[in-house]
Write a new protein. Structure first.
Length: 325
């Protein structure tokens, strides 16, 4: 009896430790969000962050490629691409086409090459192609979509089958991944094998309910109508309800499985929720993960906060399951 009681006490202690861990996780995430909100709402630089102006003017040194990778530069004429590959233990089963975020106004930046390394790690060695597609205002719609389609065609020309190609993107890149899939379907090209979308921007009309309910909660885009989610040069003279601009308004039939991750505090939350609901109603497999207390593209914290670490592990699991289907 005494031994059983001791075991029960140990179990209770373990449960308490787990609860403390969970609490610590949410506290860490909350602190990051609060710091972000403080920066974007209380400092002059916040306006430039929300509008995307800071991103446009960002100057970075060349990304230092870790020793375990090679990176090949590919000139496509109108734009360039970078192909990140493992030096050892390459996974030949799949390749990832990563479409970066930035509201269609920000070019690729070093953070996305770090993303490429993480995609490689969680997929157990998949190579990652990252195009630096053309952006507005100099190159409005359909430039980004044209470049994404050209990147996809390039992979097909290299001998990859459509179902071996996984599309991945965050924010505008997540929406672009879905718009590209609609384009691929409409042009009778081989369909991709899956989509990973982090905080995807799928509704450039800003019609979802979370644009109002999370207006004061979103630490990145909240408390202003002058952010790039309202004032954006990408659509220009085109109808923002065009499914190649706002895939929410498109047809998801024949789509591959999708993993959609989003933070509960985001004004763009409904962009994810509405797409997931519509795609499911059309018979598509969708895993929608809403991370409580998280902000826009919280995965950019890499492995520094537990929520982001968990999200990247989920991406790895999703890719693993795709390989078993």
């Amino acid at each position: 009896m005494e031994q059983e009681k001791e075991k029960e006490n140990e179990k209770e202690k373990e449960k308490e430790k787990e609860k403390e861990k969970e609490s610590e996780v949410s506290v860490r995430g909350r602190v990051i969000g609060e710091l972000m909100g403080h920066l974007t709402n209380d400092f002059a630089i916040g306006k430039k962050i929300k509008s995307g102006e800071l991103r446009k003017k960002l100057n970075e040194p060349p990304w230092k490629v870790p020793d375990c990778f090679t990176m090949t530069h590919i000139d496509m004429g109108d734009f360039t691409m970078k192909l990140l590959e493992s030096k050892e233990n390459v996974n030949p089963q799949r390749i990832i086409l990563q479409l970066h975020g930035g509201g269609y106004v920000g070019a690729v930046r070093n953070a996305y090459y770090v993303f490429a390394g993480l995609y490689n790690e969680v997929s157990h060695g998949c190579s990652v192609l990252t195009p630096d597609y053309r952006v507005a205002p100099e190159h409005p719609f359909p430039a980004a979509l044209e470049d994404a389609a050209a990147s996809y065609r390039w992979l097909l020309e290299q001998g990859w089958f459509g179902d071996q190609i996984l599309l991945a993107g965050d924010s505008a890149g997540g929406g672009l991944a879905m718009a590209l899939t609609m384009y691929i379907k409409d042009h009778h090209m081989p369909m991709p094998g899956g989509i990973v979308a982090m905080s995807p921007w799928t509704d450039l009309t800003a019609s979802g309910e979370s644009y109002e309910t999370n207006y004061e909660k979103d630490p990145l885009f909240g408390n202003t109508r002058e952010s790039l989610i309202y004032l954006n040069a990408y659509a220009k003279d085109h109808d923002p309800m065009d499914c190649y601009i706002s895939p929410l308004f498109g047809d998801f039939r024949q789509f591959p499985p999708m993993l959609i991750q989003v933070g509960s505090l985001e004004m763009l939350l409904s962009d994810s929720v509405s797409v997931a609901a519509k795609a499911r109603s059309q018979g598509i497999k969708v895993r929608l993960s809403i991370y409580e207390g998280m902000f826009h593209v919280f995965q950019m914290a890499y492995l520094a906060i537990p929520e982001s670490k968990r999200a990247w592990a989920e991406v790895g699991k999703f890719i693993e399951v795709l390989g078993q289907e």
